[in-house]
Every structure is written in structure tokens, then in C-alpha cells.
Design a protein around this ligand. Structure first.
Ligand code: HEC
Ligand code: HEC
Length: 236
């Protein structure tokens, strides 16, 4: 009878694994992207208040503090405002397009009802919330594979190291690279599959990366990323 692998509950502190010098050396590759390039100035109290109002309509799924309590819904707390803005625009149908660049029946409906100002304010509001990190559910072997992909990529498939864009602790980098460390494992795995299968078409670079990965590699790196814990304060 095969022995069932023990699900290890691993909390990873990447700061222990990685010297700061490594991070400094890993600048993101200069690739063309449609991502929003501008960053917001410090939000005003009025914008945060307006954002909190809008967030009332998001709270059932994403939490009022952005720490979604169900693994079905991504955490938005401490996510970069520019990234949230881009996603909400991508869930809408762009001028001249036949369908939204990011398809999701729930979010397509919700994004269509928001004004540009509401999108900006709710993004600023969620970007200022304190992120509650997650955990990785995987066995040691899978975490090891995930860690090596995160830090070194998959050289024989020309997959770059995830941390070169998403940061060593997964906090991402404003304004182009989202925070993914500590996000729900299932959500991360699902998004990588959507990028790969061209069902999420709003990022040519992530399509390129995911399309060169196997199911096993995707699952392992999603588990590893879910266990990363970069502090909320580091970057917005
Ligand atoms: C009924 C549940 C529900 C509600 C209400 C809801 N969302 Fe979502 N949201 C989702 C789901 C499910 C996803 C993941 C969809 C996907 O895979 O594209 C998502 C994804 C997102 C994303 C993308 C996150 C990422 O990491 O890429 C953003 C941004 C977002 N929602 C913002 C909002 C905002 C702002 C509101 C309120 C105005 C809201 N959502 C209301 C269910 C919901
Ligand atoms: C060249 C830079 C770059 C590299 C390297 C990179 N990413 Fe990304 N990633 C991005 C960008 C840009 C986005 C945002 C795409 C968008 O606008 O929707 C993103 C988005 C994502 C998302 C979706 C996040 C969300 O909240 O929905 C996941 C998951 C992800 N990346 C995982 C990975 C993994 C795993 C690796 C390593 C195998 C990796 N990325 C390597 C640039 C990169």
C-alpha cells in the first residue's frame, strides 16, 4: 500500500533563506508590458473614506480588511494600488475589445458597475490594509521544488526566477509586480493555470512563463509562494 504523504504545514521565512545582496542583484528583466506604470501619491483621507465605502460591497468576499476568509477569494490587503486598478479595468471590456482581458463572471459584473474614481479609491483603501500571511500546504519535497523555482526559475525551460519580479518575500514591486507571497495557494495555482490556458489574457509575460511549466511545477511554486510572508509595510 502506498504511504500517503504527510501534509506539512510550513511557514517559510524567506529572509532567513536569502541574503539581502541576492535580492539587490535580482532586478526584473526589462520586458514590454501593458501594466500601468504610474504610482499614486499618498492617498488623502477623503479617498480612503470613499474607498472604505466601496469596500462595503466587496467585503462579503474579500473581507473589509482585504484578508478574504475563504480560499475562493483572493486577498487584496496590502496589494499594490496600481495592480488592483489594472485588474479592475481588465475585468471590464476595453474600448474596441470583444471581451474583457480577464474573464470571471463575478468580477466582470462587479467591475462594470464601478466608476474610475471608485476603482481608484477602493484600490487605495485595500492597498493600505494590513496583510495577514498564509501558509503552505505541501510536503517537504514539493516545497523544495517550489523554492528552487521561486529563487532560480527553471533554466532548462527558460522560466525566470519568480522572485526577480515578485520579490524574495513575494511582496512584489509597485507598480507592475503584484504581491503574491502569502496569497491563497489554490488561488495562485488556479491563476497560473488560467494564464497558461489563455483564459486570463491580461499578461503576455505571465502567459509566457506559465505556458512553460508543468502541472507539478505550478502546484509546487503556488505552495511555496503561499507560505511566504513579506510584511505589509515593505512596499505598496
Ligand atoms: C461575490 C464575491 C465577490 C465580490 C462581492 C467581489 N469580488 Fe473581487 N473577486 C472575486 C473572485 C472569485 C475573484 C477571483 C477571480 C479570478 O480568478 O479572476 C476576485 C478577484 C478580484 C481582484 C483580482 C485580485 C488579484 O489578485 O488579481 C480584484 C482586484 C477584486 N476582485 C476586487 C474587488 C472589488 C474592489 C470588489 C468590490 C467593489 C470585489 N472584488 C467584489 C469575488 C468577489
Ligand atoms: C518578468 C516578471 C515576472 C516574472 C519573472 C514572474 N512574474 Fe508573475 N506576474 C508578473 C506580472 C507583471 C503580473 C501581473 C499580471 C497582470 O497584470 O495581471 C504577474 C502576476 C502573477 C500572478 C497573478 C497574481 C494575482 O494576484 O492574480 C501569479 C500567481 C504569478 N504572477 C506567479 C508567478 C510565478 C509563480 C512566477 C515564477 C514561476 C512568476 N510569477 C514570475 C510578472 C512576473
Amino acid at each position: 500500500m502506498p504511504t500517503k504523504p504527510l501534509a506539512a504545514r510550513l511557514i517559510l521565512s524567506v529572509s532567513l533563506l536569502l541574503p539581502a545582496a541576492c535580492w539587490a542583484a535580482a532586478t526584473p528583466p526589462a520586458t514590454a508590458s501593458s501594466a500601468v506604470q504610474t504610482s499614486f501619491a499618498v492617498p488623502t483621507a477623503a479617498q480612503l473614506q470613499a474607498g472604505a465605502q466601496v469596500a462595503q460591497t466587496c467585503a462579503a468576499c474579500h473581507g473589509i480588511d482585504g484578508n478574504a476568509s475563504s480560499t475562493q477569494f483572493p486577498k487584496l490587503a496590502a496589494q499594490h494600488a496600481d495592480y488592483i486598478v489594472k485588474q479592475l479595468h481588465d475585468y471590464r471590456v476595453a474600448k474596441g475589445a470583444a471581451k474583457p482581458a480577464r474573464l470571471n463572471p463575478i468580477m466582470n459584473g462587479i467591475a462594470a458597475t464601478l466608476t474610475d474614481a471608485q476603482i481608484r479609491d477602493v484600490a487605495l483603501y485595500y492597498s493600505r490594509q494590513v496583510f495577514k500571511p498564509g501558509v503552505a500546504f505541501a510536503d517537504k519535497k514539493e516545497i523544495k521544488l517550489g523554492q528552487s523555482i521561486w529563487m532560480a526559475g527553471i533554466p532548462d525551460r527558460a522560466v525566470p526566477a519568480c522572485m526577480s519580479c515578485h520579490g524574495p518575500g513575494g511582496a512584489g514591486m509597485p507598480s507592475r509586480y503584484p504581491r503574491i507571497g502569502g496569497q491563497w495557494q489554490g488561488y495562485l495555482e488556479n491563476e497560473l493555470q488560467l494564464f497558461r490556458n489563455d483564459r486570463r489574457t491580461n499578461s503576455p509575460e505571465m502567459h509566457d512563463i506559465a505556458s512553460r511549466m508543468t502541472d507539478k511545477q505550478i502546484a509546487a511554486v503556488a505552495a511555496y509562494a503561499a507560505g511566504l510572508r513579506a510584511p505589509s509595510e515593505s512596499l505598496r
